[in-house]
Design a protein around this ligand. Structure first.
Ligand SMILES: [Zn+2]
Length: 379
């Protein structure tokens, strides 16, 4: 049984000892992914670079080739292990400030990419980013140049994110396995995770999307959106496809950074679209900021039958319509109203559901009482 303390051992090993890591992990494929995590955390290897770089092949490790193969073979199963591992930060001596997830739910280099690029201390651990004074770590920022006003605002955001994690002088950082109350990783707990927690399983996520009876281009869009792989301003800037001067603020609300989960799920403006959608179906529900939770919650609101099927597709049409709305605002300068977006959802979902799921779907009832409309079936 590999326990979480293994990570600390493994992560203190050098790159050359990958085969040692492999030997310790055994040949199970799931275990191999543990190695991936260790390497990524310790050596700050970007995931893409990790899979693409030929330099790894040249080392000729069969283990490494296998690992790559798994990643390609089962696309839908990526990330289950990494998502299950968390880090409890003590005084931050073993946690990289920008690269690891320790404050908020993503690495600070992703959330505050602008600042990361300006930092002169990219690969420094938390503790070395400041100094301890009276039990508090005081930050000592080192930038390549002075910050512009909007970057200072971003720094304020970063500070409030970081304040959410209490650093403790004199305490070690440690890894915890989120799926066991003791925080210790065991093969059994991973096995249970993969076999019992249906909802959280990556293949279940995969099914949620691909079994959805939605037009392929729309489900493919949703799949990419849930993995933050759509061309939001944040992603375009990361890829260097837009200038910094263009800004990364959300097209709809103009306030937060335009990430996929923001614009589709947590933006106050897109939330109004969702609310109209729920009103249309006579449903009351709370908002969910995480895309997967949003989808799961949505699908779970109607328990069975034709209604459920139609209702599930509405989620996809809504996500899609919000994105089209956003594009129309950017590229055509259109000033569509929210009511038109909901109209778009109603019209397009109607045609699709009528054609594919329920040829008897009555249009006028669909527009006013979709639940009732779904019940109608002329034999
Ligand atoms: Zn917004």
């Amino acid at each position: 049984m590999a326990e979480i303390s293994f990570f600390i051992v493994a992560s203190t090993m050098g790159v050359r000892t990958r085969s040692t890591i492999c030997a310790r992990l055994g040949s199970g494929r799931k275990d191999m992914l543990i190695g991936e995590f260790v390497l990524e955390a310790k050596y700050k290897i970007d995931k893409r670079e990790m899979w693409e770089a030929n330099k790894w092949d040249r080392l000729g490790s069969a283990w490494w080739r296998d690992l790559r193969k798994i990643e390609y073979e089962v696309d839908g199963k990526r990330g289950w292990f990494k998502e299950g591992v968390g880090k409890i930060v003590g005084e931050g001596k073993e946690t990289l400030f920008w690269h690891e997830v320790w404050a908020g739910d993503m690495p600070l280099k992703e959330k505050f990419n602008r600042l990361f690029r300006l930092s002169r201390e990219k690969d420094v651990c938390i503790a070395d980013m400041g100094e301890w004074r009276n039990g508090e770590l005081t930050w000592n920022w080192k930038w390549r140049r002075s910050l512009f006003t909007w970057e200072t605002d971003m720094l304020q955001d970063l500070l409030s994110t970081v304040q959410g994690t209490k650093l403790k002088q004199g305490e070690d950082d440690c890894f915890v396995w989120n799926h066991d109350p003791t925080g210790k990783y065991s093969v059994r707990s991973a096995y249970n995770l993969l076999n019992q927690k249906q909802d959280d399983r990556p293949d279940h996520k995969f099914k949620l999307i691909w079994d959805s009876k939605t037009p392929l281009k729309i489900s493919a869009f949703a799949w990419k959106a849930l993995q933050n792989r759509i061309p939001t301003k944040e992603n375009l800037l990361k890829r260097g496809m837009i200038e910094e001067t263009t800004g990364t603020k959300c097209t709809l609300c103009g306030e937060k950074i335009e990430t996929a989960s923001h614009i589709l799920f947590s933006c106050p403006v897109s939330w109004k679209v969702w609310c109209l959608c729920y009103d249309w179906w006579g449903i009351k529900t709370a908002s969910q900021e995480d895309g997967w939770n949003h989808l799961r919650q949505h699908v779970g609101l109607i328990s069975r039958g034709r209604k459920k099927q139609a209702w599930s597709t509405i989620w996809f049409f809504t996500v899609w319509s919000i994105w089209l709305w956003r594009n129309a605002l950017i590229f055509k300068g259109e000033t569509q109203r929210i009511e038109q977006v909901i109209e778009h959802i109603k019209v397009h979902s109607f045609s699709w559901i009528k054609a594919r799921l329920n040829p008897d779907l009555p249009q006028s009832i669909w527009f006013n009482n979709p639940k009732e409309a779904c019940k109608i079936q002329v034999q």
